[in-house]
Ligand binder design. Structure first.
Ligand code: ZN
Length: 195
């Protein structure tokens, strides 16, 4: 992945956290295979150090659901491009990442997203009160390890009401792309954004 084009500081944007205009805005058109028009927007506030990153897919503008049917370890390298309003679900293991006030945009792969979910589950271990709760988290933890080590079959679903997120498949035959109905789209959570 390389930056094809970079433009800096051509916009003036107030910092969403402290309203300072001492901000730096970077924009890049990312050159990603199959998705040549991914626009990366990056804001840094020099006063309060607030950072904001988002992706805008210039190709797709409709509410979209991508489903990738991973069947082996190679499939786990399938890239997931998550913009701020993206919901990622793994129905088989009842795991989900929803947009929140501090939703993070990222480019990762199936393995990376599962590791992220695993890490968040480990944090919950500190708050677990009963042995039963602790055991449930530990079981979830080792289940994720097993999925990754063995490349077990798992579906990942990426939904974005603004169509900015996407899946770059290891095997395009295992990817389904559907338009979301307006009801489905409205049910999805969105992140808080000021600009
Ligand atoms: Zn600021």
């Amino acid at each position: 992945m390389s930056a094809k084009d970079t433009m800096e500081e051509f916009m003036t944007v107030d910092c969403p956290a402290c309203s300072s205009i001492n901000t730096k805005v970077t924009q890049k058109i990312m050159d990603i295979p199959h998705f040549p028009n991914m626009w990366l927007f990056n804001l840094i506030c020099h006063d309060c150090k607030y950072k904001y990153t988002d992706f805008i897919n210039l190709n797709i503008k409709e509410p979209t659901r991508f489903t990738y049917h991973a069947e082996n370890s190679d499939d786990y390298s399938t890239k997931i491009i998550r913009a701020s309003n993206c919901t990622i679900r793994f129905p088989k293991i009842s795991a989900m990442i929803e947009p929140g006030p501090n939703a993070v945009s990222f480019i990762s792969n199936i393995e990376g997203v599962l590791r992220d979910i695993q890490e968040k589950a480990r944090f919950l271990l500190n708050d677990a009160v009963t042995e039963e709760e602790k055991q449930r988290i530990l079981d979830f933890d080792s289940m994720i390890d097993e999925y990754i080590f063995k490349g077990l079959p798992i579906d990942v679903i990426v939904e974005d009401p603004f169509g900015n997120s996407t899946i770059v498949p290891f095997n395009p035959n295992k990817l389904e792309t559907e338009k979301l109905s307006s009801e489905e789209s409205e049910r999805l959570k969105t992140s808080f954004r000021k600009f």
